[in-house]
Design a protein around this ligand. Structure first.
Ligand code: URA
Length: 206
């Protein structure tokens, strides 16, 4: 599947504020949630709908409801900054969690926690704000597919070209919705220009 860069002016403005090193954690959290709302709207654009009959004050008409349940899966801990946006837009969403940590020497992820609801027949929204090497996202997709996921969309705030390539090599069916494809990775596998460590900035653990 493809990569969709959300270039709505609101997404661009929110991203610029998130990148700003002087943005403090309380504001960072607010901006991250707002940007996640925009990404979530785009990510769910293709969700199938089914007709519903609605009685308006004037007449009967046909409306729509989602025909497939949604599951949101934040990657701990940074993905938590995107979760509230999804649960506000789609209150019926079920939520699973995947915990991955990155070895600071090898940059390889290891799965330390996984709690997932049923995934088959559902649209899975994987929340992982920084698609850097792609190793964590690929490990998360592996865990989701093993648990029965058939349709995964990754919502990422910032993506590196290396991460997109890696993820699509291992999981070609995963769709990526992102606010930016940045220049690339530095020697510490941080995205440049990026916004620094998303989890640290979100939770004030700088
Ligand atoms: N994770 C982050 O939080 N930031 C990066 O730049 C790369 C990975």
């Amino acid at each position: 599947m493809g990569v969709q860069v959300v270039d709505h002016p609101l997404a661009k403005a929110l991203l610029a504020q998130l990148r700003d090193r002087n943005t403090p954690p309380p504001l960072f959290r607010l901006l991250a949630k707002r940007l996640a709302l925009v990404l979530c709207l785009e990510a769910t654009r293709g969700v199938p709908t089914a007709p519903v009959e609605v009685e308006t004050p004037l007449t009967r008409t046909t409306g729509a409801r989602l025909a497939k349940p949604l599951v949101a899966v934040p990657v701990l801990r940074a993905g938590l900054g995107m979760l509230e946006a999804v649960t506000e837009l789609f209150p019926e969403v079920t939520v699973g969690y995947v915990g991955l940590e990155r070895d600071h020497a090898t940059f390889e992820p290891s799965l330390y926690y996984s709690k997932l609801p049923p995934l088959d027949g559902r649209v899975v929204l994987l929340l992982d704000p920084m698609l850097a090497t792609g190793a964590s996202a690929a490990a998360a997709c592996h865990a989701l597919e093993k648990a029965g996921a058939e349709e995964i969309t990754l919502l990422s705030v910032v993506s590196a070209p290396e991460g997109i390539t890696h993820l699509h090599q291992l999981h070609p069916d995963v769709n990526i919705v992102t606010a930016s494809i940045d220049e690339g990775l530095n020697q510490h596998a941080y995205i440049v220009p990026g916004l620094g460590d998303f989890g640290d900035r979100l939770f004030g653990t700088l």
